[in-house]
Design a binder for this molecule. Structure first.
Ligand code: MN
Length: 251
């Protein structure tokens, strides 16, 4: 039996004013294909727009349905979730999705089940666990001198990242990788239960993992648009399936 890999869904009617090639790439289709090729059974979780209490209840029960969670790319994270008002450069947000994913991430962390976070995913995971974000790298991080919101086709690599030795990511990628980059927000203050395992040459955080275990692995780029031509980006999905199988075998 394939392990069940849940992916949080997007609300397409909310996305439609923004649809362009990059946003089309952010739809979970490529994630579903990568999960299936890597040996998992993908399912998509609908975003709850219910009260906080019901959302938390739904999140707790959803966790019983899957073996691992993928938190995919998407809109900017509502800055009020980390105690800031939005600056003018903050992009479109979708608060119901933020609140649903926050509840789901907390419930999944509590369960011990593995998480793989992609782009916005590592940002909302970091916020859900107590970290903060740059709302806009260009205006808030003066050291961020690399173009992170690439205008090249979304599946093409545009900047390098380097990895911390002895991390899950370095086991998959070795020391360095050349990745795509479709973000203008990034992790700022890292949540206490996470640590940085990948950075761009300008210091922007490109990968995070949970402390003292392999429960959470997150990347700031989009491996779902690179896995066809890049073995390590494919191996990120294999790694998640293996972590899901290992967790299921232990419990
Ligand atoms: Mn980047």
């Amino acid at each position: 039996m394939r392990p069940i890999i849940a992916i949080t869904g997007d609300q397409v009617h909310e996305v439609s004013p923004m649809i362009n090639m990059n946003n089309a790439d952010m739809a979970p289709n490529e994630i579903k294909r990568a999960v299936t090729l890597a040996g998992g059974l993908p399912i998509v979780l609908p975003v709850s727009e219910d009260s906080p209490a019901v959302t938390a209840e739904l999140a707790t029960q959803y966790v019983t349905l899957f073996d691992a969670l993928i938190v995919p790319g998407g809109f900017d994270v509502d800055p009020t979730l980390y105690g800031e008002e939005p600056i003018p450069e903050c992009g479109p947000t979708l608060r119901p999705k933020d609140l649903f994913e926050e509840a789901l991430i907390k419930a999944t962390v509590k369960s011990g089940k593995p998480i793989f976070a992609i782009c916005r995913g590592i940002q909302i995971v970091n916020v859900a666990l107590g970290g903060t974000l740059y709302q806009d790298l260009a205006t808030q991080d003066l050291d961020a001198t690399i173009k992170h919101a690439q205008e090249a086709r979304g599946d093409l690599p545009t900047h390098h990242v380097s990895f911390t030795p002895d991390s899950e990511l370095s086991n998959i990628f070795d020391a360095k990788a050349y990745v795509n980059s479709r973000h203008h927000q990034a992790v700022r203050k890292v949540a206490p239960s996470l640590h940085v395992t990948a950075t761009a040459p300008d210091g922007v955080i490109e990968g995070i993992e949970s402390n003292n275990n392999d429960q959470i692995v997150g990347v700031q780029w989009h491996p779902e648009n690179m896995y066809r031509d890049s073995q390590p980006n494919y191996d990120l999905f294999v790694n998640l399936v293996e972590r899901a199988e290992n967790f299921a075998a232990r419990n």
